[in-house]
Ligand binder design. Structure first.
Ligand code: ATP
Ligand code: MG
Length: 578
């Protein structure tokens, strides 16, 4: 390709609207242009790079025996109603009606569609197992589309689905996907972490997220270097930190004291001189129509996912101010568990065994001290708090640390949720009807590119791995008007092309400085500079990532570069773990 004929609209300055590095660079390097919130047009460079990502994904999926299929992005509502997700999924789903008034949605994931196909096709154990995948657009009406391609409303997902006769089959399919994902992320040159996440007693299914550590990420990983424990913050289970002060002695029982105008834990703590960890945080929640009180240590936060698990999947919302007053006779800042016995009380396990704490008195302007869980109120205990940096690891007891990360992939053992609700069954060897078990596995194609940019950039621009950069090399004649330089550049461009190097010729009538800047910005791993030294038979080879340059004999350049690129190509199994 000749640069002079391409549309690569690089920008000199950082676009004001972009916050994270990958967003800035994707705009500056002319990869993408925004159409509207969360909707991006991919220009030539983005398309080339994403195409390479897709090809790696395709090769590794094919390697585990997965079959590529295609299903429409537009789904009839009926199948989503069968699985129960038409109602269960809220605003994230784009819904629309066709000209006959029939309801449809834009696919955000495809369990319903593949189960629909499977139930019409699969009859016998002899047809199982199956692995089906596609690389296709997904639509999600994200509440906060942001960070460029990281969280968008239309993105490309590789999604695959497995059908097996039994749990052992599902386990094998899941393990095969795990291995394929490691190969994919290795080959894309990412530093990543598989983060095991058990979804707990509900359904007993297992899932693992693949995380790319980066300050631009929206997820947090909790990890213990000592035990090797790693989990998404949403699911992480830790031991609580010791309270900042020991519990006071004495058995006097709850005693009311005035706390006028002090509503938050911090305000009350500053007022009564007790640290936040000696206070009980009381939250009135509503699950369905049922109010319930959630109790946490004052310095902990509620993990809503854990609460939902505790409520067997039911989502609870914070009660409105009128509901709180109606139920407990006080404003949100003054409620507490003592005297709230009519309510179901769900306490975080960090409160178990504590004594003489401070809690709201269910009376405006008052709190109680001397509140002892178990004696002054009865609650059910479970892990409801969000893990925090400095908590102890359950296994090793060492402190855990938290890191931000980008989720690039997710593999999930679904079990029979969809096969059962949508009536997929096959006959086993004995001729009995059984329900196959399924797995679901996703990769965000754009998130691989954004993750690679977040992990590979400097002040000059992107420094992409050779496997997913839009081009592997660029040949840059310093002065196109100079016959000797132009001719050598053309010859090298030609030779490299014949050797299978994905090469770009920067034949623009631009100043050399502009051309170098652009090549650095768009992230091409190697640059061959054809300058004055051609008269000595030499050109310069520079590596984008290390900024190292060397002079190379013209005749040796093409073969040498071909070898360099092959060596630099990130390889599966090379251990990209962060
Ligand atoms: P997130 O927690 O980031 O919203 P998710 O759990 O909803 O992700 P999945 O449903 O597991 O994501 O989708 C599979 C993959 O698709 C994710 O691992 C991620 O790489 C990608 N992905 C999901 N949502 C988006 C989005 N809005 N924009 C870009 N990629 C996305
Ligand atoms: Mg999501």
């Amino acid at each position: 390709m000749r640069w002079s004929r391409l549309h690569i609209p690089t920008l000199r300055d950082d676009p004001a609207e972009a916050e994270v590095v990958s967003h800035k660079l994707l705009l500056r390097a002319g990869y993408v242009r925004q159409l509207s919130a969360g909707l991006y047009c991919y220009l030539y460079l983005a398309k080339r790079s994403l195409h390479k990502v897709e090809q790696i994904v395709r090769e590794e999926m094919d390697r585990i025996g997965a079959q590529e299929i295609y299903t429409p992005e537009l789904h009839p509502a009926e199948i989503w109603k069968e699985s129960g997700r038409w109602d269960a999924i809220g605003g994230d789903m784009f819904r629309l009606k066709d000209r006959w008034g029939r309801e449809h949605c834009l696919g955000m994931t495809e369990e319903e569609v593949v189960t629909f196909i499977a139930r019409g096709e699969l009859r016998s154990y002899k047809q199982l197992p199956q692995i089906w995948y596609q690389i296709q657009a997904k639509f999600r009406d994200e509440p906060r589309p942001k960070s460029g391609l990281m969280r968008v409303r239309r993105f490309t997902m590789k999604d695959s689905y497995t059908f097996d006769m039994d749990k052992a089959g599902l386990d094998a399919a899941y393990d095969r996907h795990h291995a394929a994902y490691c190969r994919i992320f290795d080959r894309c040159g990412l530093q990543y972490l598989p983060v095991e996440a058990h979804s707990g007693p509900m359904g007993g299914s297992e899932s693992c997220e693949f995380m790319v550590p980066s300050p631009a990420g929206e997820d947090w990983i909790v990890e213990c270097p000592e035990s090797g424990y790693r989990a998404n913050l949403e699911k992480a289970v830790t031991e609580p930190r010791p309270p900042e002060a020991p519990d006071p002695c004495g058995d006097a029982g709850p005693e009311e004291f005035p706390t006028p105008g002090r509503k938050t834990i911090e305000e009350v703590a500053a007022f009564d001189g007790q640290p936040a960890s000696s206070h009980i945080k009381s939250l009135l929640m509503v699950a369905g129509n049922r109010p319930l009180m959630v109790l946490l240590r004052g310095d902990d936060q509620l993990n809503e996912l854990k609460l939902a698990q505790r409520l067997e999947g039911e989502l609870a919302r914070p009660a409105h101010p009128e509901e709180i007053r109606g139920c407990l006779g006080a404003g949100a800042g003054y409620i507490g568990p003592v005297g709230a016995d009519g309510l179901e009380l769900l306490a975080d396990s960090a409160l178990e065994g504590r004594r003489n704490m401070v809690a709201g008195a269910n009376k405006d302007g008052f709190h109680l001290r001397g509140v002892t869980p178990g004696r002054d109120f009865t609650a059910g205990y479970s892990d409801l708090r969000e893990a925090r940096e400095g908590d102890s690891d359950v296994e090793s007891g060492s402190p855990v640390r938290c890191r931000k990360a980008i989720e690039v992939g997710h593999i999930f053992k679904l079990g029979d949720k969809y096969s059962k609700s949508m009536g997929l069954s096959v006959l086993n060897e004995q001729g009995r009807s059984v329900t196959p078990v399924m797995g679901s596995y996703g990769i965000g194609i754009e998130r691989i590119l954004t993750g690679a940019i977040e992990q590979g950039h400097d002040e000059a621009g992107m420094a992409l791995p050779a496997s997913i950069a839009p081009f592997e090399a660029v040949v840059t004649p310093v002065n196109v008007k100079n016959d000797a330089q132009r001719k050598v550049a053309e010859v090298l461009y030609d030779q490299m092309g014949r050797l299978g190097v994905d090469v770009l010729l920067d034949d623009r009538y631009e100043r050399a400085g502009v051309k170098f800047k652009d090549a650095d910005l768009i992230g091409i791993p190697y640059r061959v500079t054809v300058g004055r030294r051609v008269s000595d038979g030499l050109v310069e080879l520079s590596e984008r990532k290390t900024k190292r340059s060397e002079n190379v004999t013209i005749g040796k350049l093409a073969a040498m570069l071909k070898r360099r690129i092959a060596d630099a190509m990130p390889k599966a199994g090379a251990g990209g773990s962060a």
